[in-house]
Design a binder for this molecule. Sequence first.
Ligand SMILES: Cc1cc2nc3c(=O)[nH]c(=O)nc-3n(C[C@H](O)[C@H](O)[C@H](O)COP(=O)(O)OP(=O)(O)OC[C@H]3O[C@@H](n4cnc5c(N)ncnc54)[C@H](O)[C@@H]3O)c2cc1C
Length: 413
Amino acid sequence: MDERHAASAADGPEAEHEVDIAIVGGGLVGASLGAALAPLIQREGLSVAVIEAAAVRERAAEPWQPSFDARASAIAQGSARHFADLGLWPAMAEQAAPIRCIHVSERGRFGVTRLRGEELGVEALGHVIPNAWMGRVLHRRLAELPLGWHCPARVAAIDPSPTGYRLRLSDGGRLRARLTVLADGGRSGLKERLGIDSDHRPYDQVALIASVEMSEPHRGVAWERFTAEGPIALLPLRGQAMELIWTHAAGREKRRLALPDGDFLAELQRAFGDRAGRFRRVGSRHAYPLSLVTARETVRPGLAVLGNAAHALHPVAGQGFNLALRGVMDLVAALEAGLGADESPGSSRVLADFEARRAADRHNVVRFSDGLVRLFGIDSALLSHARAAGLVGLNLAGPLRRGLARRAMGLER
Ligand SMILES: Cc1cc2nc3c(=O)[nH]c(=O)nc-3n(C[C@H](O)[C@H](O)[C@H](O)COP(=O)(O)OP(=O)(O)OC[C@H]3O[C@@H](n4cnc5c(N)ncnc54)[C@H](O)[C@@H]3O)c2cc1C
């Protein structure tokens, strides 16, 4: 690991290292990109550096202890296939719980829709995997690759150069990259420093996340229940636990975050009802303010923006990481095509190819997720009826429902 960069450490902290690709951020998206670049690193000798602000590698080396509190993500079938293509699915699957059925309903209304894997000829509509486990599998893969691993180190400054971008790291390191990929989650201010504007639409909602233990086996059912206060999602985890994503009007979550466990569970039971059984136990609760943030530019010569830095979505449809992973795969495909044509990784042609592969999918998923929030997020009598009708309609209208399912599974763009 880190051979190229270790070899040049004698140059002193100020020496500037040249790399083909610098990935800013080794979170789920940046680490996935590093892993997906493996064939190009190994076969084409592409030099890659990953810069990650948080000290993650040390944690990855510790024995895995499944935590009741871990955050988890719904991974679409399409994403599972991508992980399989990268040789990572067997390891991911060790902690994955299959979603066999998605049950969508509205509290106090008649409408209900169920999406079953078997109707679509698949064993699972998707899987739920703890984020910490995905991170660990990805970081283990990175550790096997001859890439520059700068961690913990922050990219403190980024400036355009004639051949790409120059990066200054918080540990004194300096890099010059032909292609810089911003996968920093969009909160580091680097995008803004480069003058890349984003459209922000605050939803005035906060997602309260926690693991909950149920009285009944979940049998692989994922629940999406729309209540007057906002959607409640329950995703199956391994064992009898489920991941709760409870959306609140901003500010209303504070009281629930502070409630004793027993009172919290009682309120959750009242809001969700008994369909999934009794809520027995809750892990630590976390709050995530929700907004739709989309970068107005996702490529410039020498620069690509991926993951939450490019698009932060409402988690209601569980699409953010799935969309980002398709972006990772498309970027690697564009880079591979570019290398075959002797193009620099940061060339306008390579990045235009990437953007052409991405634009429609990104637009559709942003519209789909935002549409769901608008359809189900507001409490008005008229909308409630429309929503109930929509849910019943969804149940009756096979092709529409199958279309929704295929999109949710990441099999359709
Ligand atoms: C409540 C909630 C539930 C969700 N559920 C789902 C789901 O079920 N399915 C799904 O597909 N998606 C889901 N998402 C979306 C998903 O979590 C995101 O799409 C994903 O985490 C984005 O990953 P990322 O790597 O782009 O950003 P991040 O996870 O934010 O990672 C960015 C990384 O960059 C590092 N970094 C930041 N600044 C710097 C810097 N200056 N220098 C170096 N490193 C830096 C950070 O330390 C971090 O590790 C959910 C999101 C939320 C909020």
